[in-house]
Design a protein around this ligand. Sequence first.
Ligand code: GLY
Length: 332
Amino acid sequence: MRIDVLGAGIVGLTVADELVRRGHAVTVVDPRPAGGASYAAAGMLSPAAEVWHGEEEILRLGLASLALWPALAGRLGVPLRRSGTLLVGYDAGDLQQVERQVALLARHGHLAEPLSRAGVRSAEPTLARAAGGALLSCEASIDPRAVCAALLERADVTAAPRGDAEATVVATGASLPAPWSGLVSGVRGEILRLRTDDPPRRTVRGWVGGEAVYLVPRGDDRVVLGATSEAHAAPPIVTAGGVLRLLAAARTLWPALDRAELVECTARDRPATVDGLPLVGPSGVDGVVLAAGHYRHGVLLAPLTAQLVADHLETGHVDPVVDPRRITEGAR
Ligand code: GLY
C-alpha cells in the first residue's frame, strides 16, 4: 500500500518504520519532525512505575511494548539501558504512595521488590536518606531524541501530503486534525536536562513531600529531570514555578543536583485522552487510522502501536482496549 503517516514524532516514525519493513511505501508528513512531545520525553520505558489507578491496562500494553524495545533499539543502534526503576518515598507519606503503587502492581500480578531505607541507600548511594522504596528491575530507558534521529535517517519525510495515499495514519500527538481534534487535550510537561559527575545508576521515580519527580540517567554525564503535569489550553511554555518545583523536589532527593549543570528546560504537551489510554485503530473515516492519544506513554508504546497499526491496515485487527470507537462511538 501507499501510506502517509502524519506526524514524525516517535509514534509516527516507529509506525512508518514498521510499515516499510512490511513492504509498504510510506511517506511521513511533518513540517517539524521530532519537534513535539518526543523532543521533551525522558524516555522512561516504565510500564509499572508509570501506571496509575484507573489506567491499569497501561501495564499490559506497556509490558508487551517493552518486550519489543530491545529488537527495535538493536536495529536502530541506539543503546537501551536495562537498569530498572527505583521507586522512592522521601518521607512517610511519600512511602505510602510507593506502597500504594506496589499494591496496585501486585493486584495485577506484577511484583516489585520492596526496599527499606538502607535498601534504597545501597541501591542508589547518590540519593539522600529516604523513608523507603521499591525496585522494578525489569524496566528500562532510552534516549528518544537518538531514536527519532535514527528513524528519521530511514524515513521519507515531507512537509505536506503528496495526495496519492491509499491509507493515512494520523500520529500528530497533541494536535490532531479535524474531525479528531477533540479526542485529545494537552497536558503540559516541563522537563529539565542536566550534566553531572554524580548521576543515579538507574531511573528514579520519587515522591518528595507529595511532589512527583523522576530522574532518568543516560549512562554518561546526562540526566533528565521531569516532569510537571498540568492540563491547560495555552501553548506549552516553561514556567519559573514549574522549574522551581522540579528542582526543589529533585534536590531534596538527589543532593548532587546542586553541582549539576542545568543544560535545558523544555515544555511540550502530552496528548491526553479522556480515559488515559491511546487511540489506535479506525478513525471513523475510511482509509484513515489513528495512532494517537499516547499521553505519558508515547515512547514506551511506540513499538506496540507500530505493530497494531500495521496489523490493522493489513488484517483489520484492533485491540479493543485502544480501539478509538470506545470513545468516538460512545460519544455518538
Ligand atoms: N512518562 C513521563 C511523563 O510523561 O512525564
